[in-house]
Design a protein around this ligand. Structure first.
Ligand code: COA
Length: 196
């Protein structure tokens, strides 16, 4: 499947605000991704605390065992040259979810390739509006063209059909099932999007 967000030969169609990719909007205007900075984590923490039990779906990182202080530290730790956390806002400006990009862990490394992992979580009150799909397409473009990853991957539980649809609709291709250890052993369906 083609990814309309990445088709432009000149690179991704991202709206850069003030020349800085701190905020990027999907071409259809459905979502805006804002890079989480240490000063704007409070709103995000509320969203995570509200949805944490529902979102807990390994291999995610948002363990409900984290207290808000630890969560804040975790989010800020995403602000490195290789990682980003994004707040996802809809057209009305509501905070509807979170997405993040980070380097793959040891288990998913491939020699000679820079590989990133994308994740996405939408508030239960805002699901079914295409927000995860649009946010994932934008985050993927961000990972490939702004952070210079060669490949972005997504991993989901086999039963998480919505998440698999999100990756397919964002232009990812299925690689197959992989066995991964995140505390315990999981079979995960892996998808990838390689920079054209
Ligand atoms: C997965 C998730 C991000 C989807 O968010 P969303 O904004 O509702 O997704 P979208 O609206 O972009 O699209 C979801 C697609 O999945 C489909 N879908 C949703 N729930 C589904 C279900 N239970 N079974 C089958 N398909 C489903 C939708 O119909 C849509 O496909 P379509 O356009 O072909 O109809 C959201 O459910 C979520 O936050 N889940 C918990 C966290 C999570 O699992 N994150 C992924 C970790 S890998």
């Amino acid at each position: 499947m083609k990814n309309e967000y990445l088709e432009d030969n000149n690179g991704p169609k991202l709206d850069l605000i003030d020349g800085q990719p701190r905020e990027v909007r999907s071409p259809n205007g459905n979502v805006t991704l804002q890079v989480v900075m240490s000063e704007n984590t409070d709103e995000l923490l509320k969203l995570i605390v509200k949805n944490n039990d529902y979102w807990l779906n390994p291999p995610d990182d948002f363990s409900p065992l984290l207290d808000p202080g630890e969560l804040k530290e975790f989010i800020v730790s995403r602000l490195t040259s290789e990682s980003r956390a994004f707040m996802i806002r809809n057209r009305e400006g509501d905070l509807v979810g979170i997405s993040d990009i980070r380097p793959t862990g040891e288990q998913d490394r491939v020699e000679g390739e820079k590989r990133g992992i994308v994740s996405y979580y939408i508030d239960t009150d805002y699901q079914g509006h295409g927000y995860a799909t649009d946010a994932t397409a934008v985050a993927t473009a961000y990972g490939l063209y702004i952070m210079h990853y060669d490949v972005m991957i997504g991993q989901t539980n086999p039963g998480n059909i919505a998440s698999q649809r999100v990756l397919e609709k964002a232009g990812y291709e299925i690689d197959g099932t992989v066995k991964r250890k995140y505390g315990k052993d999981y079979d995960l369906v892996e998808y990838s999007y390689r920079k054209p």
